[in-house]
Unconditional design. Structure first.
Length: 266
């Protein structure tokens, strides 16, 4: 078999880039879990020794981690001082969970893909798929952290106002079901913004509901229930929401149909 080098070389180049990205994704995941980015959030330059001492980690490995992050443009390196720092932009993306552009949750979701590899292989053999509740635990936290910045940036300022009369009804007092709520990020944002309305977050993954309840302890107008999207209890809702969830459900048509039936006639 003769190989066409004009086709082979670009293919190999693409794969090398993909391998590098995959390897660095693991380092981003590690840096987030160990608090390395958060320890640099103030923007002050640090040496590997200082960062290791601050985070209780090994200096040699931290030095290698910093070098890789600097090479990727995720950390800023000062060659003259031999120090590393996070710029405001880098800190917003990697170190600030309140930032609307924080991306670290996506790396936790990616880690779950590799952790779930045996289940994925079995799904390929059987065609039965992998249930959401059967996924690696880091997926659920990762999804919440990844999508929460988007909810903060868009839910109250863009998405809800795009629905005629919905914001006004929520301000007066409405009954809302947030289906597929996960850890409750979207539900909590709405409940905090509209104290006269009553919210119920619904998800069939019990551990996620437990996290949601913990996060919402300070809000009197929200509760969370473990239930399926296609047969959750309640009716006469003024609004039923599903954020980044419908496409993951085993019966999306059934979920959408039940949501429609749960709404008030108006």
């Amino acid at each position: 078999m003769t190989l066409d080098m004009k086709k082979l070389e670009p293919l190999l180049g693409t794969l090398v880039n993909e391998l590098g990205a995959a390897a660095n994704a693991a380092l981003v995941f590690t840096g987030d879990r160990l608090g390395l980015y958060r320890a640099m959030a103030d923007g002050h330059p640090v040496t590997p020794d200082q960062l290791a001492a601050r985070t209780g980690t090994n200096e040699r490995l931290v030095r290698e981690w910093l070098a890789s992050q600097a090479a990727s443009g995720f950390v800023t390196y000062d060659a003259r001082e031999e120090t590393f720092a996070l710029s405001p932009e880098q800190a917003a993306v990697f170190a600030d969970d309140a930032s609307v552009v924080n991306m670290t949750g996506g790396f936790h979701s990616l880690a779950a893909v590799f952790a779930d590899q045996p289940s994925l292989e079995q799904a390929f053999r059987t065609g039965k798929g992998v249930g959401w509740s059967d996924r690696c635990n880091c997926l659920f936290c990762g999804v919440e952290r990844f999508f929460r910045p988007g909810y903060r940036a868009n839910l109250l300022t863009g998405w809800l106002p795009a629905l005629d009369g919905v914001v006004q009804k929520l301000e007066r007092g409405a009954k809302v079901a947030d289906v597929g709520c996960g850890h409750g990020a979207s539900t909590i944002i709405m409940a905090a913004a509209f104290p006269k309305s009553q919210f119920v977050g619904i998800d069939f993954h019990g551990p996620s509901i437990a996290h949601a309840k913990e996060h919402a302890k300070h809000l009197p107008n929200v509760r969370f229930e473990t239930a399926r999207a296609q047969d959750f209890a309640g009716k006469d809702f003024d609004l039923v929401t599903m954020f980044d969830a419908l496409h993951d459900m085993g019966d999306p048509a059934g979920a959408a149909s039940h949501a429609r039936k749960a709404l008030k006639s108006d």
